[in-house]
Design a protein. Structure first.
Length: 200
C-alpha cells in the first residue's frame, strides 16, 4: 500500500466540487452506488488508499493504518456486505490521529453518533451494531470496487451529502475543467430561473 501518487498530482479541497457535479462531468459514470455519509455535513476530497478485505472482516483496515499517509482517504472494498461493521469509533479515532482525510467503505460501519463526534468523514453502505471478524485475508493496494466503480490507489475520491464519486487519477485535470464549465452553466440557469415570473 506504499503510496504511488506523484508529488505533482493536485487534488481539490473538500467542498470545492460537489459529487453530483463531478458525476455529471464524468458523463454520469464514476458514481458509487449505495454509499452515504454517516453524519450530516461530512465532505471529503482526496487520493484513495485502497484495501480489499473479506466481507465482515477488518484486519486489513488495521493493516492499512501501518502505511497510509496523512491526507489520503481509506477506501475499503468489503464486498458490499452489510452484516458486520468494518469500522467504528476506535478506528475513526486512529484515522484522525494519523491525519487520514476520510474513510469510504463498501460495507457497514457502527457507532454512528460517536463517528460524528470524532469528526472524520465516513461514507458507508449501511450501519449495524454487529462487530467485525479480525482474521483476514486482505490485500493492501491495487484496484478495488466501490459501489460498482473501480478505484485504484491515487484516484480522486469526492464525497458529500449526495454520495461518492470517483475520478481516475489521470483524468483529474480533464474532469475538473468539465466541472468548472458545468458550474458556470448552472449559474447562468439559476439567474434565468430567478428572472421568471408567474403566468396569469
Amino acid at each position: 500500500m506504499t503510496s504511488t501518487i506523484p508529488e505533482s498530482t493536485t487534488y481539490p479541497p473538500p467542498g470545492a466540487y460537489a459529487a453530483a457535479t463531478v458525476g455529471d462531468a464524468m458523463e454520469r459514470f464514476g458514481v458509487a452506488r449505495g454509499l452515504s455519509p454517516l453524519w450530516e455535513g461530512a465532505v471529503v476530497s482526496g487520493p484513495a488508499a485502497t484495501v480489499l478485505t473479506r466481507p465482515g472482516d477488518n484486519k486489513g483496515v488495521h493493516a492499512a493504518f501501518e502505511q497510509i499517509r496523512a491526507g489520503e482517504i481509506l477506501v475499503v472494498d468489503g464486498g458490499a456486505d452489510d452484516t458486520r461493521a468494518l469500522i467504528g469509533e476506535l478506528v475513526a479515532e486512529k484515522a484522525k490521529a494519523l491525519g487520514v482525510a476520510g474513510i469510504v467503505l463498501d460495507g457497514a460501519a457502527r457507532d454512528a453518533i460517536e463517528l460524528r463526534e470524532v469528526g472524520v468523514p465516513v461514507f458507508a453502505r449501511a450501519v449495524t451494531p454487529a462487530g467485525p471478524w479480525k482474521t483476514g485475508p486482505y490485500r493492501l493496494g491495487g484496484v478495488v470496487t466501490l459501489g460498482g466503480v473501480p478505484v485504484a490507489p491515487g484516484d480522486w475520491i469526492i464525497g458529500d451529502a449526495d454520495g461518492v464519486a470517483v475520478v481516475p487519477r489521470a483524468r483529474i485535470a480533464e474532469v475538473t475543467a468539465a466541472a468548472d464549465a458545468l458550474v458556470r452553466g448552472e449559474a447562468e440557469r439559476r439567474s434565468a430561473n430567478r428572472a421568471l415570473v408567474p403566468r396569469v
